[in-house]
Design a protein around this ligand. Sequence first.
Ligand code: GTP
Ligand code: MG
Length: 290
Amino acid sequence: MAKKSAADPADPAKKSAADPADPAKKSSRAMQPGMETSAEPVTLVVPCYNEARRLRPDAFVEALDAIPRLRLRFVNDGSKDATLEVLEALRARRPDRIVVQSLERNGGKAEAVRRGVLAACAEGDALVGYWDADLATPFDELPHFLDVIDAQPQVDVVLGSRVKLLGRQVERRFHRHVYGRAFATAVSLMLGLPVYDTQCGAKLLRTTTAVREAFERPFQSRWIFDVELLMRLVGRWQREGLEPSTKIVEVPLRTWTDVPGSKVTPRDGLRAAAELARLGRTYGVPVAAR
Ligand SMILES: Nc1nc2c(ncn2[C@@H]2O[C@H](COP(=O)(O)OP(=O)(O)OP(=O)(O)O)[C@@H](O)[C@H]2O)c(=O)[nH]1
Ligand SMILES: [Mg+2]
C-alpha cells in the first residue's frame, strides 16, 4: 500500500491548475531553466532495495530545495534492512514533497518502478520519472531533462545517456562500459532506433495515454525493463502512425559515477542477454507495430 504523507489533502504532488497555494504554481524569474516554479511539477520515483547504508538523505533534501517543482516518491521494494526507517525519517524532513510507498515483498526494480509510476499517474502527475537511489546520476542533471521536455511538446521520453566524452565525468568500470556498448548496439538494432544507452537509471516521462498504458501490465523482464518499456512504446507509436525517433530524446550526462554497492552481478549481465532474446520473440525484431 502507498504510504501517503499525513498532509495528503494539501499534498502539492496532487496539483490542480486552480490551486494558488501550490508553490509549484508561483512564478520565479531568478531560477535557471528547468527549475522554474511556474512549470509543471515533476515526480521522480526512486526504487529502493536494501539502500539503508547507501542512501544519502541530505542529497535528496538539497535537490528538493534547489528544484521547487520536484517531488519524490520512494518505493521501498521489500527491503530487509532499515531502508523503510531511513525513508520515513527523510520524508519527515519535507513531508509535503516526499511520499514513501512500501511494497511487502521484493519484486525487483522493474516492478518497484512500475508500481511507483502508476501511483504517480493516479495522482494526476503530468511528468513522472525514475531515478536510481544511489544517485549515480546526480540531481544537477535533472534541469537538462526538464528543459527538453518543457521545450518540446512532442517528446514524451527523455533518457539519461552515459556517453564517455572528453571533458565529462562519466566513469564506468571498463568491463561494464564494453558490455554496455555491445548491449546497447543490440538493443538499437532491435528497436530500429539509434539509442545509445537504455540502461541509465535516470529517465523522465510525459504521462500520455501511451506512456501510462505501457506501465499497466507487469514487465516480463526483471533486469532490462527499460528496454521492454521502449519496445512497448515504439510498437504503439508505430501503430498510431507516429515516428518513434521524434518521441524520445537522449540527454548526454555531464557526470555519472559508478557508485559502489551495486547489487548487479556479472551473472545478471548474462541474464540480461537472455532476457533481450526473449523480448525479441515477444515484441519482434525490429519492434513491429502491433
Ligand atoms: N538490484 C536491485 N535493485 C533494486 C531492486 N529493487 C529496487 N532496486 C533499486 O534499483 C536501483 C538500481 O540498483 P543498483 O544496485 O545501483 O543497480 P544498477 O544501478 O542497475 O547497476 P550499477 O550500474 O552497477 O549501479 C537502486 O535504486 C536500487 O535500490 C532489486 O530487487 N534489485
Ligand atoms: Mg547503481
